[in-house]
Structure formats: structure tokens, C-alpha cells
Design a protein around this ligand. Structure first.
Ligand code: BV8
Ligand code: ZN
Length: 244
């Protein structure tokens, strides 16, 4: 049996599906990943910019990066992988999507039950009063003046930077759902960003069936039950086809 057929037979006997996605699921929409060569911007790595220190040091540069990313995302569309996940949500009685992505493409693809563990690039948070607002660029390019809250406070992107704690309520909800899931489908993540990187092992220890879809082998490829090499935009629709 092929890995995809294996995966389909596991999913056919499942009632509760937990899906975890990373930057790779948006790659076919043209969104740069964090680790791929396309993850560079003005010779900065995402890891250099997605930190509180970078924002402290140069908020203009960090806002320019987020606005550049917003401009790419606004021109992009959900790809067949996002749409296949929305179809999976309709098939399973119990479904949760935990995404590391901040690009809002799962929402635009129509998936409903989503937890965004690293926040959302189209929201901003005030450093003074902690108010959270929707924030979308008017124009690309150099920042004239830093985005400010009505209270006058400086706004920052409402995302979780490296070195910042993730939202414990979100994390607890994800782990509670995962604990009762029959299958964890892990797509397009390099499996190196913690604490999300711990999810495959968490599932394995609880005898939850784990399936990985990724272009290349990752640190979790040896942990999961089924590892399917390939593009998420090609593999996921094939998996869903076999479930209908
Ligand atoms: C925290 C928002 C603690 C910002 C992001 C051990 C335990 C705990 C923490 C750590 C630890 N070790 C190290 C840490 C610190 C750090 C960490 O994990 N560092 C790594 C680099 C080693 N973790 C943290 O800082 C986390 N916080 O633990 O806090 C704490 C507690 C209390 C008090 C204070 C602190 C917070 C991490 C969150 C960082 N923020 N995003 C933004 O987006 O701007 S993470 C960011 O990286 C994105 O969300 C992105 O999703 C993620 C990168 O991971 P991936 O999604 O996997 O993407 P990547 O590019 O890496 O890989 C893409 C994959 O797709 C590849 O495998 C590729 O092969 C594949 N692919 C490509 N194309 C396709 C494809 N697959 C299928 N189809 C395709 N077409
Ligand atoms: Zn404010």
C-alpha cells in the first residue's frame, strides 16, 4: 500500500482529526517560508526580525518587514492545500486546525475551527494599553511614521516572536483536543520551532496516529507513523479524494 493509501485507511477509521500546519502549507501561495532560501528579506533572516529585541532596536525596519509580508499575502490566494484542509473539516465529526502561520490564509480558505498559536499578521497590539486592533497596510515601502494606537501608544504586530511565550489558553485548548484525537496530520512544518515542535512526540506517546506531509525529511519524519513526501498542494487533495 502507498503512504497515501495508508494515510487514507487510517483517516477512514478516525472520528477526530487534529491538523497542524506550518509555513510550508502557504509556500504554494507564494508566501516565503522561514527556513527556505526565499525566507530572506533585505538580507535579513526571519529569525533576526521576529524578535522583541529587533523591534526594540529598529521598529521601523520590523514594521517594514511585516508590511512587506502583508503586501505579499494580500496578493496571494489560499492554495489547494488550504482548501483540502477545509474539506477535511467538513468530513470529520471532530476537527481542530492548529496553525503556526500568521497569514490568515486558512481563514480565507473557509476553515472555521482554527487556533493561531503564533498570532496573526493582520492584527496589531498597543504597547501602552494592550488594545488589539485589525491592522492592514495602506501602502508598501518605507515607513513614514510608526503605527500608533488611539491612546498614542506604539503598536506592534500581534504575533508571538522568538523568545516570547505563546498564549497558554490557546496551547491548553490545542493539547486538550489533541489528547482525544484519533489522528494528527502534520503539514508543511520543519518541526524545529518550540513548543509546537513537541507535538508529534506528545501524540506518539498517547498512541495517536501521526501523519506528516512535507517536501523533505524533517526531525519529526522519524517520529510519525506515516511520512508522505511531496507538495502539500498536491498530496492533501489526493488524500481528501480518497475519503469521499
Ligand atoms: C517560547 C510568528 C518560551 C512571527 C513565529 C525549547 C523549548 C521552548 C522554547 C525553545 C526551545 N528551544 C528554542 C526555543 C526558543 C524558540 C525556538 O523554538 N527556536 C527555534 C528556532 C530553535 N521558541 C520560542 O521562542 C517560542 N517561545 O518557547 O517561549 C518562554 C516561556 C516563558 C517566558 C518567555 C519565553 C515562540 C516561537 C514562536 C516564533 N514565532 N511566528 C512571524 O511569523 O512573524 S514562528 C515562525 O517560524 C512561523 O510561525 C513559522 O511557521 C515558523 C517556522 O516554522 P515552520 O512553520 O515549520 O516553517 P519553516 O519555514 O521552518 O519550514 C517550512 C517547512 O515546510 C519545511 O519543512 C519545508 O520543507 C516545508 N515545505 C515547503 N514547501 C512545502 C513544504 N511542505 C509541503 N508542501 C510544500 N509546498
Ligand atoms: Zn493604546
Amino acid at each position: 500500500m502507498s503512504a497515501i493509501e495508508d494515510c487514507q485507511s487510517v483517516l477512514k477509521s478516525a472520528h477526530s482529526l487534529f491538523v497542524l500546519t506550518g509555513a510550508g502549507i502557504s509556500a504554494e501561495s507564494g508566501i516565503p517560508t522561514f527556513r527556505g532560501k526565499d525566507g530572506l528579506w533585505k538580507n535579513f533572516s526571519a529569525y533576526d526580525l521576529a524578535t522583541p529585541e529587533a523591534f526594540q532596536r529598529n521598529p521601523e525596519l520590523v514594521w517594514e518587514w511585516y508590511h512587506w509580508r502583508q503586501s505579499i499575502i494580500l496578493k496571494a490566494r489560499p492554495n489547494r492545500a488550504h482548501l483540502a484542509i477545509t474539506e477535511l473539516e467538513a468530513i470529520f465529526e471532530k476537527f481542530l486546525l492548529l496553525t503556526q502561520n500568521v497569514d490568515n490564509l486558512h481563514q480565507r480558505a473557509g476553515t472555521k475551527n482554527i487556533l493561531e498559536i503564533h498570532g496573526n499578521i493582520f492584527r496589531a497590539r498597543c504597547l501602552e494599553c494592550n488594545k488589539i486592533i485589525n491592522h492592514q497596510i495602506e501602502s508598501e515601502g518605507e515607513i513614514d511614521n510608526l503605527p500608533r494606537c488611539e491612546c498614542g501608544g506604539l503598536l506592534r504586530p500581534d504575533v508571538v516572536w522568538f523568545g516570547e511565550p505563546i498564549d497558554q489558553d490557546v496551547w491548553q485548548s490545542a493539547c486538550c483536543f489533541l489528547e482525544q484525537a484519533d489522528v494528527a496530520l502534520i503539514c508543511g512544518t520543519s518541526g524545529v520551532v518550540w513548543p509546537v515542535a513537541g507535538i508529534p512526540e506528545f501524540a506518539r506517546q498517547r498512541r495517536i496516529k501521526t501523519i506528516e506531509v512535507n517536501l523533505e525529511p524533517t526531525p519529526i519524519s522519524n517520529i510519525v507513523d506515516i511520512s508522505i513526501p511531496g507538495k502539500a498542494g498536491e498530496v492533501l487533495p489526493r488524500i481528501v479524494e480518497g475519503l469521499k
